[in-house]
Design a protein around this ligand. Structure first.
Ligand code: SAM
Length: 281
């Protein structure tokens, strides 16, 4: 039984799991908190869960206790494997642990749809995986939802709205094909050892189709050009994107003097369509 497992502080002592900076380790040891994060992922009883970076297994326990059908946990630090094996033994057939780099493992080789992703990751790996999960070759992607811990500032960028300082490529990339909201804020002291910054859990649910039609590569190229020079007017920052960019901007209802951060998703998509197909009707 999962409730009979020892407290995480004892697990860390028994297996000598002192947090290592090189693995980006800041552990969550409060099982009430990890259960809350697991619940933020919604009903897991009919889903397989991909957990990246389980560490000593606090969140893993939360996922299993919340009723996840099956959990695949990918962990890079071999020191954590004995602790994770104890959890697997307490839940026969429900937890599979792979030692490896999550950036290299194909989850579909091990899991059955529907799949939900839940993770408290090192911040650099988290952003890289988020971008990868948001930009698969085909949409919809393999996952139904992503419930991920980020540093607060990155979480704010994911859910940002037009006109705010945090609004940019990340917000547009995520919100074009998914619903994103912050479900939990965590202070540094929630972790052992505490990181320098605050954190937040973001819950992202995929849409079955993009919110507005657009070619993904064109949209990404325009948004990148616009926000790479976010202080500039769009007629200048997008000059290299189309020979007639000023007319296209006007045609889709974007003042050529506007800046990237003022433009909502719908108009970015309209512009992407105009760049590919010309102005509509
Ligand atoms: N999930 C645990 C928790 O909440 O206490 C640990 C969180 S800690 C911030 C991040 C974990 O990810 C560490 O256990 C670390 O070893 C692991 N990790 C780091 N890079 C990884 C990678 N590329 N693939 C898989 N795991 C990784």
């Amino acid at each position: 039984m999962i409730d009979a497992l020892p407290p995480l502080r004892d697990v860390i002592r028994t297996h000598d799991l002192r947090a290592k900076k090189s693995f980006g380790q800041n552990f969550l040891l409060d099982l009430n908190l990890t259960a809350r994060i697991a619940r933020a992922a919604g009903d897991l009883s009919a889903a397989d869960v991909l957990e990246v970076g389980p560490g000593p297994g606090g969140l893993t326990r939360g996922l299993l206790a919340t009723g996840a059908r099956r959990v695949l946990a990918i962990e890079k630090d071999p020191r954590c494997l004995p602790a994770l094996a104890e959890i697997a033994a307490a839940c026969p057939g429900r937890l599979q642990v792979i030692e490896g780099d999550a950036l290299q493992v194909d989850p579909l080789a091990h899991l059955t749809l529907p799949i939900k992703v839940v993770a408290n990751l090192p911040y650099n790996v988290g952003t890289e995986l988020l971008i990868r999960w948001m930009t698969p070759r085909d949409w919809p992607p393999f996952w139904q939802s992503l419930t991920l811990m980020f540093q607060r500032e990155v979480a704010d960028r994911i859910v940002a709205r037009p006109g705010s300082k945090a609004y940019g490529r990340l917000a547009l990339m995520v919100q074009w094909r998914a619903e994103a909201r912050i479900v939990l804020h965590l202070p540094p002291e929630a972790f052992t050892p505490p990181p320098k910054v605050s954190s937040a859990v973001v819950h992202i649910t995929r849409l079955e189709a993009p919110r507005y039609p657009a070619d993904a590569a064109t949209l990404e190229r325009l948004v990148a050009a616009g926000f790479n020079q976010r202080r500039k007017m769009l007629r200048a920052s997008l000059r290299g994107q189309h020979p007639d960019i000023e007319r296209l901007l006007q045609g889709v209802g974007i003042p050529p003097t506007a800046r990237a951060e003022e433009i909502d998703l719908e108009r970015w998509c309209r512009l992407a369509r105009a760049v590919v197909h010309g102005l509509e009707g």
